[in-house]
Design a protein around this ligand. Structure first.
Ligand code: PLP
Length: 385
C-alpha cells in the first residue's frame, strides 16, 4: 500500500538536494564556524552563503537575518526580547486569537511580567480585520504580532495593510511567517514588516533551524546569551549543517515556488470541492480562496477527528486533526473556536496539507476512502446522526 503524506504543515521531508548539501558539513568540514583555521573559515563562508540564500527568498539583506533554532525561538526573540528591551516605548502588545502557541505563550509570559496584551478576534473566515486592529492600537502599543498564514486553517492575513496601520500608530510589526516562507511569495519590504519568523522544516529543510528577520529600525537584541555568535544576536555554537540545509532549501523554494504553488492551489481546490460534494454535513474551515496553497481544513459533524486520523492511517494516509488531542485531553483547537466553529464540529476536524510530491492520484485516493470512513464512523457515533 502506497502511503500518502498530507501533513506538510506539521513538517516536510528533507529534499534530497538539501540533504546532499548538508552532508559534508557533518563529516568533512566540521570545524566550528568561529574558528580561525581553514575549516572554521570554510564553515563560516557556508553559513554566510546560506544567509544570502535565505535573505534572497524573503527580499531581505543578509545582515538582517539571525539564524535561530527554529520558528519557536524566532517568535520568542521577536516578542520577548523586543518588549523587554523597549519598555520605554510602551508595555502594550497586540496579537490575534489564532496565533501559534509560540506567539500566544510568549504573550502570556509577558503578561505575567506586567505587560498588557490585547488578543484580537478574527472573522468567521479566520481573517484579522484591519479595522479591529485600528481600534485596539494605543499610544503605548509597542508591538503588533499577527501571523502571515494560520497553520491550522490556512487563512492568509492582510499583513501589508495591518503592518501599515501598526506603523501609523508608532508600533513595530512582527509576523510569524513559518507557514508561508517558501510556499507563497514573501517579501519583507512589500509586506512592510519589521520582524518576521521562518522555519526550515516547513520548506523541505532540516528541523531545528530557522531565522528571525529583523530590520535596522528595530535593532533587536539577543535572546539566547553566551558567545557572540550571529553578531551578538544569538549565542551558541553555529549549527552549520542545519543552516547550510536551510540555505539550500530556501534557494530551491525560490526556484520552484511559482510552479509548486500553482499545482498545490489546484490540488487543494479539487480536494475541497470533492469533500464538500461527497460528504454531507461538511464545512470548510478558513477562507475559501485566500488560503495557503494545498492546505485543506474541514469539519465533519457527528465524528471525532482522532478516529478519522486513525482510520485514514490504516489506509496509509497521514493527516492531522484540528483538535489538540494530546494525552487524553480532547479540548478543541483554540483556532477553530476563534473562528466561531461550534465545539461539536471542531471535534470532527481534519487538516490535509499537501506538498510538492502529492499528486492528482493522491487527491483521488482521499476522495475515494474518506466518504466511506466518515459514513462508518457516523454509523458508530454516539454523537447521534
Ligand atoms: N509558528 C507556526 C505558525 C508554526 O506552524 C510552527 C510550527 O508548527 C511554529 C511557529 C514553530 O516552528 P518550529 O517548529 O520551527 O519551532
Amino acid at each position: 500500500m502506497k502511503s500518502i503524506y498530507m501533513d506538510h504543515s506539521a513538517t516536510t521531508p528533507v529534499d534530497k538536494q538539501v540533504f546532499e548539501a548538508m552532508v559534508p558539513y557533518f563529516t568533512e568540514i566540521y570545524g566550528n564556524a568561529a574558528s580561525v583555521h581553514s575549516q572554521g573559515r570554510q564553515a563560516s563562508r557556508a553559513v554566510e552563503l546560506a544567509r544570502e540564500q535565505v535573505a534572497a527568498l524573503i527580499g531581505a539583506s543578509p545582515e538582517e537575518i539571525i539564524f535561530t533554532s527554529g520558528g519557536t525561538e524566532a517568535d520568542n526573540q521577536a516578542i520577548i526580547a523586543y518588549m523587554l528591551a523597549n519598555r520605554s516605548k510602551g508595555r502594550h502588545i497586540i496579537t490575534s486569537a489564532i496565533e501559534h502557541h509560540a506567539v500566544l505563550h510568549c504573550c502570556d509570559w509577558l503578561a505575567r511580567q506586567g505587560f498588557e496584551i490585547t488578543v484580537l478576534p478574527v472573522n468567521p473566515l479566520g481573517v484579522v480585520e484591519p479595522a479591529t486592529l485600528s481600534k485596539a492600537l494605543r499610544p503605548d502599543t509597542a508591538l503588533v504580532s499577527i501571523m502571515h498564514a494560520n497553520n491550522e486553517v490556512g487563512t492568509l492575513e492582510p499583513i501589508a495593510e495591518l503592518a501599515a496601520i501598526a506603523h501609523e500608530a508608532g508600533a513595530v510589526f512582527h509576523t510569524d511567517a513559518v507557514q508561508t516562507v517558501g510556499k507563497i511569495p514573501v517579501d519583507v519590504r512589500e509586506l512592510g514588516v519589521d520582524l518576521l519568523s521562518a522555519s526550515a522544516h516547513k520548506l523541505y529543510g532540516p528541523k531545528g533551524v530557522g531565522c528571525l528577520y529583523s530590520n535596522k529600525k528595530v535593532g533587536i537584541t539577543g535572546f539566547v546569551h553566551g558567545g557572540g555568535q550571529e553578531n551578538g544576536k544569538r549565542a551558541g555554537t553555529t549549527n552549520v549543517p542545519g543552516i547550510v540545509g536551510f540555505g539550500k532549501a530556501a534557494e530551491l523554494a525560490g526556484q520552484n515556488l511559482p510552479v509548486r504553488a500553482a499545482k498545490l492551489t489546484e490540488l487543494g481546490q479539487r480536494l475541497i470541492k470533492g469533500l464538500l460534494k461527497e460528504i454531507p454535513h461538511t464545512r470548510l474551515n478558513g477562507h475559501p480562496t485566500e488560503r495557503l496553497p494545498g492546505s485543506v481544513s474541514v469539519s465533519f459533524d457527528y465524528v471525532e477527528g482522532e478516529s478519522i486520523l486513525l482510520m485514514l492511517d490504516s489506509y496509509g494516509i497521514m493527516a492531522s486533526s484540528g483538535s489538540a488531542c494530546t494525552s487524553g485531553s480532547t479540548d478543541p483547537s483554540h483556532v477553530l473556536l476563534a473562528l466561531g466553529i461550534p465545539v461539536e464540529s471542531a471535534h470532527g476536524s481534519l487538516r490535509l496539507t499537501m506538498g510538492k510530491d502529492n499528486t492528482d492520484a493522491d487527491v483521488d485516493r482521499v476522495l475515494e476512502v474518506l466518504p466511506t470512513i466518515i459514513k462508518k464512523l457516523r454509523a458508530m457515533s454516539p454523537l447521534g446522526h
